[in-house]
Every structure is written in structure tokens, then in C-alpha cells.
Write a protein that binds this ligand. Structure first.
Ligand code: SF4
Length: 308
């Protein structure tokens, strides 16, 4: 299969199974610049929705993919930034639905639920997975560092309204960061806020991949357990992610295509290479490390591979 520009994976998702990713957003284009972002710091900060890429080009790529494979459980629209900034998102969901029966998920930072169009467009997705990292404006500014035109209050009211209308699966994710939003008072504030939202599942996460800022710290297991119990959430840590998979024949190209949107740690890379029956895995990994497109980050003693 040819190298794809918009599609990636399927990648194993701890929540969604084999997820075929579609990214309609240029790299690091977002209305947030989260301190924990695994893509690094946002370098194209915008809150203006645009047709960054022609919708026909994305759909054509998907049609080509479908000719060769249907080895995925779900389509996930997820950007190398924030997918709701794609002005054709609503049409993209509707057009994809004409081409496949597989469910469609949108992973979003939730900043634009207050936008009338985004609100309507997301109603057609089967799964919407917004993140909720803060319970007030001050904390949002510290963790998410949103675009200046975004108001926390508007954003939360948008999410609450959306949750009252949406008929699909609304799965919220809270990223717990030590020293920011994980103490008992914060958990109690999240609890109060969550009572106002009609959601189906709550996932709790902590930054396990190299974050944009090196002062970001993961929470301990006991904090995660406390939060899970108090909030009735599922810890993503406890879910296994399974194996990566790519239709691209050339293994180096396959890895570059995966880590462009989804960094892999050394264990994930090794299992991926084993699944491809690569004979000398250490030598192959050396080759990856020497590739000038790859950034090798040593985080908590574990190597993570990300595209530069
Ligand atoms: S984590 Fe998501 S919302 Fe936050 S900066 Fe990165 S891409 Fe944007």
C-alpha cells in the first residue's frame, strides 16, 4: 500500500480497539498548547476553523485504503492537532458514513463545543471523546494554555449542552498531572463538575509519553486509584494497548507513518518489528535511531520514538 497522507494505522487504542486514524489537520495545529502534549509544543496556534486539506483528497485516500483492507474496528478522526478546527469535519463524518459501516469517533480537546457548527457536526459521530483537564479557567490556562479567544466557561457550558443532546457515546478523559489537578481538592472539584455532564464513560489518564514540557509529572498509582474510585472512572493505564499494525510494506516507512501521529516506546517498537518477522531487531532499531527524521526521547528510562 502507498504511503498515506491523512490515514494512519490502524493503531491499537486502549479504548477503541484497532483504530484507523484520519488526521485532517496539519502538524501541531491546535487551539491549545497543553503542557502534556505528546506532539510537543503547538507551533501553529489558531482558533479559526479552516479547510486545511480538501475533503475530496481525504475521502479518496480512504477509498484507496478500503480497496485493500478493512482490518480496523473504528475510524478515529484525530488530528496532529485539534480536529474540530477542520471546517469540513461535519461533511467528512457524513461522507465516511456513506463509505463504511464502521463507527466513527472524534477525539477532541472540547474547546469548540460552544461553536454552533461544531456542536451540530459532532452529533453525527458515533463516539465523541473530549478531554477535560481543568475545572476552572485558571487551571485550564496552566494545563491547556488555550488560544486567547477561548473562554473556559463557554467551553464547559458547550460540553454540558452537547451532553444533553448527543445520542452517541460520550467518553470523557481527564489527564491527571501531579502538582496540577490531582490532589483531593481537585478531584472533589472534578466530581462536582462531572455531575452536570451526561456522559457514558470517564477515563483517567496520566502523561505516560514524553510531554511537551519536562516539568510535567505523572501521578502515582495510589492517586490514580483514589481518583478512579472517587470519580467512577477507568484508568487508561490499566487497559492494554495491543499491537501496532500498518499496511505499508516497507517497515521503516511504516514506522515513520505511525510515529508521525502516535509516538511508540521501545517495547511497542520491538513488538511491531517482531510481528513483521524482522530478523535482526537490534540492528533495525539502530537504523531507526540513526534516521534523521526520528527523535529518540529518553523519558523515565524508556526510549520513545517520535517524528521530528
Ligand atoms: S494534547 Fe491535543 S489539545 Fe493539547 S496541544 Fe496537543 S493536540 Fe492540542
Amino acid at each position: 500500500m502507498e504511503k498515506m497522507k491523512f490515514l494512519f494505522g490502524p493503531v491499537p487504542s486502549r479504548r477503541l480497539g484497532r483504530s484507523l486514524g484520519i488526521s485532517p489537520i496539519p502538524k501541531k495545529t491546535c487551539n491549545y498548547s497543553c503542557i502534556y502534549c505528546q506532539l510537543g509544543r503547538t507551533n501553529k496556534m489558531t482558533n479559526i476553523r479552516q479547510e486545511f486539506f480538501k475533503i475530496e483528497n481525504i475521502l479518496n485516500e480512504f477509498k484507496i485504503y478500503l480497496k485493500d483492507s478493512d482490518k480496523f474496528d473504528i475510524i478515529t478522526i484525530v488530528g496532529e492537532g485539534e480536529p474540530t478546527l477542520y471546517s469540513q469535519l461535519g461533511n467528512l463524518i457524513l461522507e465516511l458514513k456513506k463509505l463504511t459501516d464502521k463507527p466513527i469517533a472524534v477525539i477532541t480537546n472540547g474547546a469548540l463545543f460552544s461553536d454552533e457548527n461544531v456542536f451540530k457536526e459532532l452529533l453525527n459521530a458515533d463516539f465523541v471523546l473530549p478531554s477535560l483537564d481543568a475545572y476552572n479557567e485558571e487551571l485550564s490556562k496552566k494545563i491547556d494554555r488555550p488560544h486567547g479567544s477561548i473562554s473556559f466557561e463557554k467551553e464547559i457550558n458547550g460540553l454540558i449542552n452537547f451532553s444533553n443532546t448527543y445520542k452517541g457515546n460520550l467518553w470523557i478523559e481527564i489527564m491527571l498531572i501531579d502538582g496540577f489537578n490531582s490532589d483531593k481538592n481537585s478531584i472533589s472539584n472534578f466530581k462536582k463538575l462531572l455531575r452536570k455532564i451526561k456522559y457514558d464513560r470517564l477515563y483517567l489518564n496520566t502523561p505516560v509519553r514524553p510531554p511537551a514540557e519536562n516539568f510535567v509529572k505523572t501521578v502515582s498509582k495510589s492517586v490514580m486509584e483514589y481518583a478512579s474510585k472517587e470519580l467512577g472512572g477507568i484508568s487508561i493505564d490499566m487497559l492494554s494497548s495491543g499491537f501496532f499494525f500498518s499496511e505499508i510494506k516497507d517497515s521503516i516507512e511504516a514506522i515513520l507513518s505511525i510515529i508521525r501521529r502516535h509516538p511508540m516506546n521501545q517495547f511497542e517498537l520491538e513488538s511491531f518489528l517482531q510481528s513483521r518477522k524482522i530478523k535482526d531487531i537490534s540492528k533495525f532499531i539502530e537504523k531507526i535511531e540513526e534516521n534523521n527524521k526520528v527523535n529518540v526521547i529518553n523519558y523515565k528510562g524508556i526510549k520513545t520514538y517520535r517524528l521530528k
